[in-house]
Design a protein around this ligand. Structure first.
Ligand SMILES: [Zn+2]
Length: 139
């Protein structure tokens, strides 16, 4: 982990703490509004749908589908070693979307990546305390 060269998030205990605490345990936690019952991502202290401040965190399934993707041929820092890699928006099973890097796909063969393909979250340890979610095509 000491040689992790990619950018490392700086978790904020007030807004994103439960997300990163869950990630450290290999679990995907999402915020959900208890007034309109909709999950959202990125974490916010105000519901983006109804503007309520009644937010709770719950353990999500870690399942979703590829909404769209793009192959990255240029990158800087630690990501430069991985080009071409694939970034994607994931439609989360519980609602809303998450931007990610797809694992287990070949950036040289984008024709093999399908919009709508099922994916599952997995976590990579950047530091002892920060584990970063990635998504992998399943099935
Ligand atoms: Zn709401």
């Amino acid at each position: 982990m000491a040689d992790y060269k990619k950018p490392i998030p700086d978790p904020d205990p007030y807004t994103t703490g439960p997300f990163w605490d869950g990630a450290k345990q290999g679990k995907l936690f999402l915020p959900r509004c208890t007034d309109c019952n909709r999950a959202h991502f990125y974490p916010r202290i105000i519901c983006p749908f109804c503007h309520s401040t009644a937010i709770e965190w719950f353990e999500a399934s870690g399942e979703g589908w590829i909404h769209t993707f793009a192959v990255q041929h240029r990158a800087f820092g630690g990501w430069a070693d991985e080009v071409p890699f694939v970034t994607a928006y994931i439609d989360l099973k519980e609602g809303d979307r998450m931007f990610t890097v797809l694992r287990g796909v070949d950036g040289n063969k984008p024709e093999e990546i399908k919009v709508g393909a099922p994916v599952k979250v997995e976590f990579e340890a950047a530091t002892e305390d920060v584990h970063i979610p990635f998504w992998r095509v399943v099935g």
